[in-house]
Design a protein around this ligand. Structure first.
Ligand code: R1P
Ligand code: MN
Ligand code: MN
Length: 405
């Protein structure tokens, strides 16, 4: 029985790429800077001491990081018997965003340039906002700037609730984001507004419109909910997911995956929010899924709750928790199963600003049929997609080199 699990630890980069300077990210290192803060005793809230990831280390994470940066992350114990194949990958795609990273993982790099709303203030073209206001029957909009999503709802949430004007904002990513209160504005109305925005953003070549619902009755208590929804454009070519689904296989999306691939090549969707729920849903899918299938989970919290929030301590806690739970998954694997643990970009929580960082991603592969070995530097994330194509005996992808024989 052939099954592949793909676990994307969203934003878990392991060191800047050679082209990071073109993004202002020279020296960024999500794992490295988290480990450094832990080793120096600067991340002792709810945890303590050096970063402790024994299971990921056995799978080759720290060795992959050494391949990427030239040295092991600070303070970590690397005296282990390696059990997996490990490497690190460069990104071919032009951007450091979530769709580009995921599509490239599935064998389809983004070789065109996305559109960006690059102005920090008054970020959106007036005619775009005018049409949104008219078609959405809105009294106006708030924000219209680059912002961190949690900060802007604190600043403008009350005015939004009182005025009925949605909060619109963007970032260094190719995104148009709309934050609205679930009760006062209404969740369905927010989704409808996002669908209008999706149409309007097409001419600007914007990768994603994102619904950012929140709840709470006071600025200090505003909290975003799991009802976030991403409206991505479709990948520019069939991904390995499409190929497997077309060939009669199963592709099970857990969490944000289906949204990121614009629901292309997905045969089943499982909704889950938060690290534990996503992990549990992955384990359940392993119990319920047969031959010829991919179980694909995006662990978004690393990115949205810790990376963008520049919360080093929180990121370290989440990594250690994920690591502690890993044996549950590894022990459930069938003889022919493989698991690939990776990321879609970096989001170094020690870095200025609140945006993603251009980094290598880890490529950790484990399964009874996979020898423990150094896979070295992979020239593109698409090596993962190509390997899956070869594993499932599909026609080869246009990009990438398989690391599975
Ligand atoms: O600050 P929040 O709202 O989490 O937004 C972040 O999440 C978006 C999607 O990854 C990025 O564009 C970035 O702006
Ligand atoms: Mn991401
Ligand atoms: Mn992000």
């Amino acid at each position: 029985m052939k099954r592949a699990l793909i676990l994307v630890l969203d934003s878990f980069g392991i060191g800047a790429t050679a082209d990071a300077h073109t993004f202002g990210d020279t020296g960024a290192d999500t794992l490295g800077h988290i480990a450094e803060a832990c080793a120096k005793g600067n991340a002792n809230n709810g945890r303590s001491g050096p970063l402790n990831l024994p299971n990921l280390t056995k799978l080759g994470l720290m060795h992959a990081a050494r391949g990427s940066t030239g040295s092991f992350p600070m303070g970590v114990d690397t005296q282990v018997d390696l059990i997996g194949a490990y490497g690190f990958a460069k990104e071919l795609s032009s951007g450091k965003d979530t769709p580009s990273g995921h599509w490239e993982i599935a064998g389809v790099p983004v070789l065109f340039d996305w559109g960006y709303f690059s102005e920090q203030e008054q970020s959106f073209p007036p005619e775009l906002l005018e049409q949104l206001i008219e078609r959405g029957k809105l009294p106006g909009v708030l924000g219209n700037c680059h912002a961190s999503g949690t900060t802007i709802i604190q600043q403008l949430g009350e005015e939004h609730i009182n005025s009925g004007k949605p909060i619109v904002y963007t970032s260094a990513d190719s995104v148009f984001q709309i934050a609205c209160h679930e009760d006062s504005f209404g969740l369905e109305r927010l989704y409808e507004l996002c669908e209008i925005a999706r149409e309007l953003c097409n001419e600007y070549n914007i990768g994603r419109v994102i619904a950012r619902p929140f709840v709470g009755d006071h600025p200090d208590k505003y909290a975003r909910t799991g009802n976030r929804r991403d409206y991505a454009v479709s990948p520019p070519a069939p991904t390995v997911l499409d190929k497997l689904a077309t060939a009669g296989g199963e592709v099970i999306s857990i969490g944000k995956i289906a949204d990121i691939y614009a629901h292309q090549g997905i045969t089943q969707k499982v909704k889950a929010t938060g690290l534990d729920e996503l992990f549990d849903a992955t384990l359940t899918a392993m119990d319920n899924t047969g031959d010829n299938s991919i179980i694909f989970t995006n662990f978004v919290d690393f990115d949205s709750s810790y990376g963008h929030r520049r919360d080093i301590n929180g990121y370290a806690c989440a990594l250690e928790h994920f690591d502690q739970r890993l044996p549950e998954l590894l022990n459930k694997m069938q003889p022919d199963d493989i698991v690939i643990m990776t990321a879609d970009h970096g989001c170094d929580p020690s870095w200025p600003g609140s945006d993603h960082t251009r980094e290598h991603i880890p490529v950790l592969v484990y399964g009874q049929s996979v020898p423990a070995q150094d896979l070295g530097q992979r020239e593109t994330f698409a090596d993962i997609g190509q390997s899956l194509a070869s594993y499932f005996k599909l026609t080869p992808m246009e990009y990438g080199t398989s690391f599975l024989s």
